[in-house]
Design a protein around this ligand. Structure first.
Ligand code: GAP
Length: 488
């Protein structure tokens, strides 16, 4: 069974995520985050946010409903579409790219006439019933609202970015007219996907953490830095290479210092949330496959079973010039003795795809068949679980009172007194809780408890008052006791 399928099963059973509206038959491409999913996702978002705060980014929150004028200027109204096929026999609808790949074709086709000519001359089959596919159509990806705004149609945004671009002047004023400037937005995006699939991977409603980095178009410089990872790089031309990206403007593989900086930074964020960088690749998008707004893009792809899934796109874009032209409002700024319209480097993070990648890369099966989510402590929904070994002899009362005190220090703890101790450990392992604290008969003698570390299953005794005063996460005594099995 694929790890993806095992994780999707665990996610539903243990309260991470599941298909929405299932009592009414469900709706493809819509998913709920359950109680543990909300906590895990918050932690991923916090790490992303703190990483950008450390780079002096400022944050904004803009509406999901956007007037057509914005998307006319950005090019989305005309160009944000996919080529689709519909099988004439079973009526299954797919992206053209998907049916081509399933029939062994990996070429990039951008227009309907080109697609129809290709389908007339090559045998491409429906991925469901095997019937031959002979034509393609253009499928617009934005959802249009049924009601109009005061100046025309309204759309649900397919990316959060435009809300930042249209506010560039106000934001730069807030930032005291300095450049470079990074502005981030976390929010929902909506796409009328042709074939929503694979749970969180292709959704109609999804979360993006987008950062728009405004830079001088001549240099596209962010800052000097030392590359901190060896990355698997697939440049547009030339052989794949594993290398550290550097801040040097001469670094031949990347178009700018900003592009290399945000590639390296993205690797740090993905590593910190629990994605294994050995199973990540940075792929420069071929020129004929770039989005309409981009002159250069590196996709960050994560390995999931035998597939590579894009979780982040880092694009070089030039949207301010479009908005200046369409709105008549100037988007230029003074820089030393020049007036410039900034270029934009945009690391755009798909939070849902990162979320499922974290679960998949953390998933292990023990020799006894039990499942473990080896999540980093910093993203685990709970930091610790507290158990009384038995619910008698006053152990339960002691454990409850300890739990109440611990929870004042750290709210991300949980109490569990039901079932055998083995079952309780197994339950916490499956949801990624790094530590289980058990009250047993010795606790009554010397006020010590066992702390069991998830990955090694090793147990060490600690005094209850030491745990309450120093907490669990970041407690040096716990780190020392379990190093090196504790994920750093
Ligand atoms: N502003 C640029 C932009 O939106 P994108 O590559 O289309 O670029 C960025 O999207 C990220 O958003 C992707 O790398 C992916 O992780 C996520 N994403 C895009 N469409 C998605 C969908 N239908 N479901 C889930 N995530 C999606």
């Amino acid at each position: 069974m694929k790890v993806y399928d095992q994780v999707v099963e665990l996610a539903k059973r243990r309260g991470f995520f599941w298909p929405s509206f299932s009592i009414y038959g469900g709706e493809s491409g819509l998913y709920d985050y359950g109680p543990l999913g909300v906590l895990l996702r918050d932690n991923i978002v916090r790490i992303w946010k703190e990483s950008y705060l450390a780079d002096d980014a400022i944050f904004i929150d803009t509406p999901v409903i956007v007037p057509a004028s914005v998307f006319r200027a950005s090019g989305h109204l005309d160009k944000f579409a996919d080529l689709a096929t519909e099988c004439s026999k079973c009526h299954n609808r797919q992206k053209l790219e998907t049916v081509l790949e399933a029939s062994g074709f990996h070429n990039i086709i951008k227009t309907v006439p080109e697609a129809n000519e290709f389908l007339a001359n090559n045998v491409v089959k429906c991925i469901v019933c095997g019937n031959r596919i002979t034509s393609a159509t253009e499928f617009k990806l934005m959802f249009r609202m049924p009601s109009q705004g005061s100046v025309g149609d309204l759309y649900l945004r397919p990316e959060t970015a435009q809300g930042i671009f249209v506010n560039f002047k106000l934001l730069n004023n807030f930032y005291r007219n300095r450049l470079p400037m990074a502005v981030a937005q976390l929010g929902k995006g909506f796409r009328n996907e042709i074939s929503p699939r694979q749970s969180l991977i292709r959704l109609k409603e999804f979360s993006q953490g987008e950062v728009e980095v405004f830079v001088d178009p001549q240099k596209k410089f962010w800052k000097d830095f030392t590359g901190s990872h060896r990355l698997n790089l697939l440049p547009r031309s030339g052989a794949p290479v594993t290398a550290e990206v550097t801040s040097s403007e001469a670094f031949p593989l990347m178009s700018s210092n900003s592009m290399s900086y945000f590639i390296d930074k993205t690797a740090s964020i993905l590593r910190d949330v629990g994605i294994n960088l050995d199973s990540v690749r940075f792929r420069q998008v071929p020129l004929n496959d770039l989005a309409h707004y981009s002159s250069d893009t590196w996709d960050v792809e994560v390995r999931i079973d035998d597939d590579w899934v894009e979780v982040v796109g880092i694009a070089d874009r030039n949207d301010l010039a479009n908005h200046e032209k369409s709105s008549g409002e100037t988007m230029s700024v003074k820089m030393e003795d020049r007036t410039i319209t900034p270029s934009i480097i945009e690391p755009s993070y798909g939070i849902d795809r990162i979320f499922i990648s974290v679960m998949i890369h953390s998933f292990r099966t023990r020799e006894n068949g039990f499942k473990v989510l080896s999540l980093p402590e910093s993203v685990s929904p709970y930091h610790a679980a507290v158990f009384p070994l038995v619910n008698k002899d006053g152990l339960d009362k002691l454990a409850e009172s300890f739990f109440a005190s611990l929870r004042k220090k750290d709210p991300y703890v949980v109490y569990d007194q039901s079932g055998s101790i083995g079952r309780r450990y197994a339950r916490q392992d499956e949801i990624g809780t790094p530590y289980c604290i058990t009250f047993d008969s010795q606790t009554l003698q010397d006020s010590t408890v066992t702390v069991r570390e998830r990955d090694s299953a090793k147990q060490v005794r600690f005094r209850t008052d030491d745990l309450v005063s120093a907490g669990i996460i970041g407690n040096p005594a716990i780190r020392d006791a379990f190093r090196p099995s504790v994920p750093q």
